[in-house]
Write a new protein. Structure first.
Length: 458
């Protein structure tokens, strides 16, 4: 073949290839429609003093911070450099056994600093009660020096709650009864299993909730009691129901759960089942908090790369997929009407150091911190409508943005795809989770959507 003929043939082949690919893209575009549901983030049980119609509040965006006052050996401490509105004081070295290591000998230096820092930054506080000191424990020889046991005397518990509530009246808004209890009356512990966070009976836990409610009503009537935070999906929901069946619902103002999932799209199923339990026990009025939820991320600073997916929140995610999961979880929680979402965590904490969304002891930005901030920008002051899975490939949610504009949040659940948005709008804009600025939709109203959420609006 002569050179000129070869060039012409190559050009024709290239044109044919381009046209073929363009046709394939056009044919494979996923037609996207608006979700048909009518519920919104404003439809569900509100929190006293908040108007859900005003949109997602700053306090929805919660964090766990572990090393603000107890630094890593490198000496760095870690106040978040992204805006957030709520802080759950768990894993922060301010449990009962930290505050009162010996009966009557209190050490509030650290908690005072935390409360002062929160006040300076207008951060709402949730304090998790529990972790019994050995001197007060009903079973002082258990693991953790008896910290998982209920106190031997309810008067010691009342004095603990009273001392904290009186000292921080008006500064700590929520008191959570206990972290991640499980009941051996309900489930068999595997051989050689660790006790976990709670080793007592459901009746003992209900008694602790009752006492906390009574003391707080006396010392700080504006404070609210959050239920024990149960974990482990269906098993955790059984534990929650067991607590309510034993009468615990009478003493709480807010239902709490730990939403640990391998993919964010399982969050709505947990919420649906949780609300069914609330209905069964005539507790529909209770708002719901997600007091702990997170994922595990690849981290260059810890020399930990992505791992094999095994269907667990402990699967190590590549950082961009990790960013996508953080955003999707926050969006789905808001759509479900969860009133708080305390992400676990900011700066890492053994035994899960790679669950921190910030790198290098909470001091360096990552795709996950960028995703947290961008998602907050989208949701703050917005009313999030229903989310809907379409063709098993894409999730789309209605959103009424702050200021009144309508829009949609969308992402692919697997591979990137081409989305045909013509049924939503003819012209408009797309903001990408980790992108700068916005893209304009062309005449075809098509755009690529991957696992990272996008905001679509006119």
């Amino acid at each position: 073949m002569k050179p000129r003929q070869w060039i012409q043939s190559s050009v024709l082949a290239g044109v044919f290839f381009y046209v073929s690919i363009s046709a394939a893209i056009a044919q494979s575009a996923v037609k996207v429609t608006a979700p048909v549901g009518t519920s919104t983030s404003a439809s569900f049980a509100p929190l006293a003093g908040e108007d859900p119609k005003a949109g997602v509040p700053p306090t929805y965006f919660g964090l766990h911070i572990h090393h603000l006052d107890v630094p890593y050996k490198a000496g760095a401490s870690s106040w978040p450099f992204v805006p957030f509105g709520a802080w759950r004081l768990f894993g922060a070295y301010v449990q009962w056994n930290d505050l009162e290591p010996q009966k009557g000998q209190w050490n509030f230096q650290r908690l005072d600093r935390y409360v002062d820092e929160a006040g300076r930054n207008n951060i709402e506080l949730l304090f998790t009660l529990g972790r019994t000191p050995q001197w007060a424990s009903a079973r002082p020889d258990e693991e953790c020096k008896g910290c998982a046991a209920e106190p031997a005397s309810i008067e010691d518990w009342k004095n603990y709650v009273r001392t904290v509530a009186r000292r921080y009246k008006g500064k700590i808004k929520f008191y959570e009864v206990w972290n991640e209890p499980r009941f051996y009356e309900l489930e068999k512990a595997p051989p050689n299993a660790k006790i976990g966070y709670y080793s007592g009976t459901v009746a003992a836990l209900v008694e602790l909730a009752k006492a906390a409610k009574e003391v707080l009503a006396e010392e700080d009537p504006a404070a609210r009691v959050v239920s024990p935070s149960f974990v482990s999906a269906d098993l955790g929901l059984r534990r929650l129901a067991f607590f309510f069946k034993a009468g615990g619902g009478k003493y709480i103002d807010i239902a709490s759960f730990h939403y640990y999932v391998d993919v964010p799209e399982k969050i709505p199923d947990i919420t649906r089942k949780l609300r069914s339990i609330l209905t069964t026990y005539q507790l529909d009025r209770l708002p719901i908090f997600n007091t702990e939820s997170g994922f595990t991320f690849a981290r260059d600073d810890l020399s930990i790369g992505p791992g094999v997916r095994k269907g667990s929140f402990e699967d190590v995610l590549p950082d961009r997929l990790g960013a996508a999961y953080v955003s999707r979880a926050l969006i789905l929680g808001a759509s479900d009407g969860l009133r708080r979402f305390y992400l676990f965590n900011w700066d890492g904490e053994p035994p899960h150091p790679t669950m921190g969304i910030a790198a290098v002891r909470g001091s360096v930005a990552t795709p996950m911190t960028r995703a947290y901030q961008q998602t907050r920008n989208w949701l703050l002051g917005s009313v999030v409508g229903p989310c809907e899975s379409q063709r098993g490939k894409l999730v789309i949610c209605n959103i009424q943005l702050k200021g009144g504009r309508s829009g949609w949040l969308a992402w692919a659940t697997d591979q990137e795809l081409v989305a045909d948005l013509s049924s939503l709008l003819s012209t408009g804009h797309v903001q990408r989770l980790l992108g700068d600025g916005e893209d304009s939709l062309g005449d075809s109203s098509r755009t690529t959507i991957g696992p990272e959420p996008v905001l679509i609006y006119q």
